[in-house]
Design a protein. Structure first.
Ligand code: SF4
Length: 695
């Protein structure tokens, strides 16, 4: 990496990561030459992840989009004729008008997710434009809709235990999360707690870095978290260990939860989850007796048919066991709701247009849908890499009668299929507001360099499109600076003033609330709802029911696709240049005569991924793992894990079931690395040797 030179300026990271680090950016001759952690956000502690350290490679790299373009070759070719913004936006506006006139406004589908997670880059001028236009609405369900629905129903999204308070805990349970890859600033607090005598438990199918340091690791089968959590509840209820006084005073639905947990003996849960009964019993004993005890509920556990019931059962544990009311006790999920932000700044009502679940993009683009999608407007998102049923999505993007617009920073897999590409600024070239969802923090993101090429911020482009379509109104923010001021004005009392003054912003309860001391459930009656009726109605077999594993004799292996330390979902994967490796347990590899580094095909009835094998006991037997968010260039046949993931939905919250993919694996050819224990053939694609931060 290039050594830091020149002067340093501060900003913050708004990417889709829980931490929202403050950043110190080194500049020389108007270019970014290095990024490191700042100190404005105390949680950052002066360090950042390796992904964002290399962000300059994205800004100045060969994949950066510098100008608008019209596609020349066939869809997927990535060949473009570069044009002016005026030409490009005229064509976008024409396409939207033609679609509306011919098929109705709902034939335009805006499609965005957390590619840039700041408050300005999504749900500002974009939402105003598409609402006024009457476009189809998008249910953003790719991640967190399932855990979010459970957290909302049980607690009204009560603010979570802060990272710093993990240092006070005597028992820490990391359930379905890998803080070493995402939300890295939690790790030092966990290590501090361990040094002070706390026990760490990790519940995860993989031996994550923290699992290897844990006192107990439950490497359960994907999709069985609900069974394990209910076995803990049964133990608490049946052995007089439930906090009956707390349940009576602060909860509803305890008796129904108890009833649903009754069948889940340690033996039954262990049989379903592929664990030893004694291991679950050990966790149950620890959780019943330790205080403070905290659960970090992650997002890995939601990505299956039982994800909503699992999240609800896990979140219910601190209420049943009476773990609230002490510093370092309770649960952590997302803190995004802690600020009470209502997005009043959008300034346009949602129309009664159809609501499209983003997990069903392939169906929407290929099925007999009325009206059909005629214009797909993708921004902050790379759906060909990140959405289930990849081959159906690709088939849809190949449609000749579909106009696809992609507004992005780099030439993503999806952008290669676009009819029109529009270059977007990165967070180092624009204003934004970074709201963390791990720690509680809110910071201004400032441009530290001029926009590269002709890239423009989201707000400016959507506001101009609004004008071109005759949907603008006087007095409204028309560029990112005006919009930022409007957003700051719309923040809750006191918060906006602090942000504007560049002072540390905090909600009234501070940034390290103790649950049931400083913060309480935000449900209408202020109680914890342990058996919300609406969740019971939503779940196909009822709340806390276990739907069996979808494995078959033909496709017996569970494929998971977790995040890793190389990329943020699919963002920044353009900087990774090695072929991906499938992690497979030695027993499964041996049964298939697969050796380290061999070329393998991973397949089911939906598709095939050809890649290398990494034979490793870090993944449990019966489960294989490919990294989340890979691009086509990272495999030998251009398909990634999502070519194998079904577009079925979770029991609650209509989320994605990435971890319900069931596959078979076969050896195709021997590999150069066969028989070696090379770290480079690990689960994640390995970075090329960087020629320096900047080109
Ligand atoms: S991605 Fe996360 S850890 Fe990395 S700089 Fe951004 S907020 Fe910090």
């Amino acid at each position: 990496m290039t050594k830091a030179v020149g002067h340093q300026v501060g900003t913050a990271c708004p990417l889709d990561c829980p931490d929202s680090c403050s950043l110190s950016v080194s500049l020389s001759d108007g270019r970014v030459v290095a990024l490191d952690g700042g100190h404005a956000n105390p949680v950052t502690g002066g360090y950042i992840c390796g992904k964002v350290r290399r962000f300059g490679d994205r800004m100045y790299g060969p994949d950066r989009l510098l100008q608008p373009g019209f596609r020349l070759g066939p869809p997927g070719s990535g060949e473009f004729r570069w044009v002016s913004w005026d030409e490009a936006l005229a064509r976008v506006a024409d396409a939207m008008r033609e679609a509306r006139d011919g098929w109705g406004a709902e034939s335009v589908l805006p499609y965005c997710y957390g590619g840039s997670n700041g408050l300005l880059t999504q749900d500002t001028a974009d939402a105003r434009l598409f609402r006024r236009f009457g476009a189809s609405r998008l249910a953003r369900t790719l991640c967190a809709s399932t855990t979010g629905a459970a957290n909302q129903a049980l607690y009204g999204k009560m603010p979570s235990v802060s990272y710093a308070d993990y240092a006070h805990a005597k028992l820490i349970i990391i359930w379905g999360a890998n803080p070493s890859a995402s939300g890295i600033h939690l790790v030092p607090f966990i290590r501090d707690a361990q040094r002070a005598g706390a026990t760490l438990v990790v519940v995860d199918p993989r031996a994550t870095p923290l699992a290897r340091l844990a006192g107990l690791h439950l490497a359960l089968r994907p999709g069985t978290d609900v069974a394990v959590a209910l076995a803990l509840h049964r133990h608490l209820f049946e052995h007089g260990l439930a906090d009956e006084a707390f349940l009576a005073a602060h909860t509803t639905g305890a008796s129904q939860l108890r009833e649903r947990a009754r069948e889940w003996t340690f033996e039954r849960a262990a049989s379903v989850a592929g664990l030893e009964p004694g291991a679950i019993a050990r966790l149950a004993d620890m959780y019943a007796t330790a205080s403070p005890a905290v659960i970090r509920c992650g997002w890995g556990l939601e990505r299956n048919r039982n994800g909503g019931s699992a999240a609800a059962a896990i979140l219910a544990l601190p209420a049943v066991a009476g773990k609230f009311g002490v510093r370092g006790g309770g649960y952590t999920l997302s803190n995004s709701a802690s600020w009470g932000i209502t997005k009043s700044w959008i300034g346009a009502e949602e129309p009664p247009a159809r609501l499209v679940n983003m997990n069903h993009l392939g169906r929407m683009l290929t099925g007999p849908i009325d009206p059909p999608v005629k214009v797909l407007f993708v921004y902050n998102c790379n759906p060909l890499a990140t959405v289930p049923h990849q081959n159906l999505v690709r088939q849809g993007l190949e449609r000749e009668d579909l106009t696809t617009i992609v507004f992005d920073q780099v030439m993503t897999d999806t952008a290669r299929y676009a009819d029109i590409v529009l270059p977007a600024t990165t967070f180092l070239e624009q204003y934004d507001l970074a709201r963390a969802y791990g720690p509680i923090s809110l910071q201004i993101v400032r441009p530290v360099v001029d926009a590269i090429g002709e890239a423009r911020p989201n707000v400016d482009v959507f506001a101009e499109l609004e004008q071109r379509l005759g949907l603008d109104q006087t007095g409204e923010p028309r560029d990112e600076v005006e919009m930022m001021l409007r957003v700051i004005e719309g923040l809750p009392e006191g918060v906006g003033q602090a942000v504007r003054a560049d002072a540390p912003a905090a909600p009234p309860f501070g940034t390290a609330p103790v649950q049931f001391v400083d913060v309480f459930p935000c449900t209408p009656d202020g109680k914890v709802h342990l058996f919300p009726d609406d969740l019971d109605r939503q779940a196909p077999l009822g709340l806390y029911a276990y739907q069996p594993d979808p494995a078959t004799d033909r496709y017996p292996l569970a494929l998971i696709s977790p995040s890793n330390e190389k990329a943020i979902s699919s963002s920044l994967y353009e900087l990774v240049h090695r072929t991906a490796a499938l992690s497979i347990h030695p027993d499964d590899a041996h049964a298939r005569e697969i050796g380290e580094g061999d070329t393998v095909k991973v397949f089911n009835e939906m598709g095939t991924v050809t890649c290398h094998a990494a034979v490793s006991p870090t993944v449990r037997p019966g489960t294989v793992s490919l990294p989340k968010g890979l691009w086509g260039r990272h495999t030998l046949n251009g398909s990634t894990a999502n070519a194998l993931t079904p577009d079925t939905l979770t029991d609650i919250g209509a989320g994605a079931c990435f971890n319900d993919a069931r596959v078979q694996v076969e050896r195709v050819a021997g590999g150069a690395g066969r028989g070696t224990a090379s770290a480079a053939a690990g689960a994640d694609p390995v970075e090329r040797q960087a020629p320096g931060l900047l080109h």
